[in-house]
Ligand binder design. Structure first.
Ligand code: KG4
Length: 336
């Protein structure tokens, strides 16, 4: 089964052709990061306009790289939630038209479910159940993946997403946008014990997290040093910050894993590329005797392949949409 998969939930327009769920025939991405860098964050109106400009050409490119034509597509899968509403609507409207014109099913895909599916592409033998830590620019969730389309949220952030904090701290440090990857690179030569930063606990909700206090503490530290004219060691701060994020995430996903007893821990989303989090998870899983699944770095950020993979399983479970499919800025992962 050949699936044309479309992703436009934020600042990447991505289109892939995926066969039978796990074979990626093509995966093309047009990133808008440079356009938003001047503003220090994604400008929703610019994002929508850029998606409109490139989506048709990107589809042609994905088909051509897969050496297939439109008529070879058996279904069209599209991210319909969660994300920036205007950006999502571009992909959803395009996918609706494509499915209608080709006379094939339209398959709605939840963006976070797509991120989780990136693991199935990286590990062809991985099957649910597993516990998945979903960490991206907009989401931070611990998910019980009971089946390909049967999921429940076990815990999540009460405020900021992990990626959002990386981006904010990096922006104030002046190391670019999006800041997660450059901050990670700096952290690799830093001392993570140099700057004391908080790790929040939420009373009565052991699997939930909070990052806003950590973000504020890091920003205050930077501003105070600047006001006093004190030198700030940027690699040490990057390392201390990364350690605090990892110390917040890793024990919780391990507790969730122990609770569910599957012995399989997966990670998903842009922040899953973080070297400190990957290393800490490797250690924690080895200690707990759990198998760790880390998606290929190329599949951590937003891409079309993950939407094609998850779209296949949604299609198998009978999750088809009609021409009245809408986009949603927020949507429960369990709803699909
Ligand atoms: O999954 P993604 O591409 O988009 C969303 O669905 O949100 O995630 C983007 C986020 C950004 O916040 C970016 O700074 C962060 O992932 N990121 C990282 C790293 N690479 C990307 N954060 C920490 N360390 C990294 N190496």
């Amino acid at each position: 089964m050949n699936l044309l998969a479309i992703e436009s939930s934020c600042d990447e327009t991505a289109v892939a052709v995926v066969r039978d769920g796990r074979t990626v025939l093509s995966d093309v991405i047009a990133s808008q990061a440079e356009m938003h860098a001047d503003y220090g964050g994604v400008v929703p109106e610019i994002a929508s306009r850029k998606h409109v400009e490139v989506i048709a050409a990107l589809c042609d490119e994905a088909l051509s790289r897969a050496a297939l034509c439109r008529r070879d597509m058996d279904a069209v899968a599209v991210t319909y939630a969660p994300g920036l509403i205007g950006a999502l609507l571009v992909g959803v409207s395009f996918a609706k038209s494509a499915a209608y014109a080709l006379g094939v099913p339209l398959i709605p895909v939840h963006h976070v479910r797509g991120h989780i599916a990136a693991n199935y592409i990286t590990y062809p033998d991985l099957e649910p159940p597993c516990v998945c830590l979903c960490i991206s620019g907009g989401n931070t969730l611990i998910v019980d993946v009971r089946g390909y389309t049967d999921m429940a949220v076990l815990g999540g952030t009460r405020d900021d997403a992990a990626g959002e904090c990386f981006d904010k701290v990096a922006r104030v440090l002046g190391i670019g946008y999006p800041g997660g990857a450059p901050l990670d690179r700096l952290a690799q030569s830093g001392d993570s014990g140099r700057y004391p930063l908080p790790r929040a606990q939420i009373h009565g909700a052991p699997l939930d997290m909070s990052f806003s206090g950590l973000k504020t503490a890091a920003l205050n530290l930077i501003h105070n040093a600047r006001q006093k004219g004190e030198a700030l060691d940027v690699p040490d701060l990057a390392a201390s910050f990364s350690a605090a994020v990892s110390d917040t995430l890793v024990p919780r996903v391990m507790a969730a894993s122990a609770q569910m007893g599957y012995g399989k821990v997966a990670v998903a989303g842009g922040v899953a590329a973080n070297s400190r989090i990957r290393a800490d998870l490797q250690l924690a899983c080895a200690r707990a005797g759990a198998k760790l699944y880390l998606p290929a770095l190329s599949l951590c950020g937003d891409n079309g392949a993950m939407i094609g993979c998850q779209g296949y399983y949604e299609w198998q479970s009978g999750n088809h949409a009609d021409a009245d499919l809408n986009a949603y800025a927020t949507r429960d992962l369990g709803v699909g």
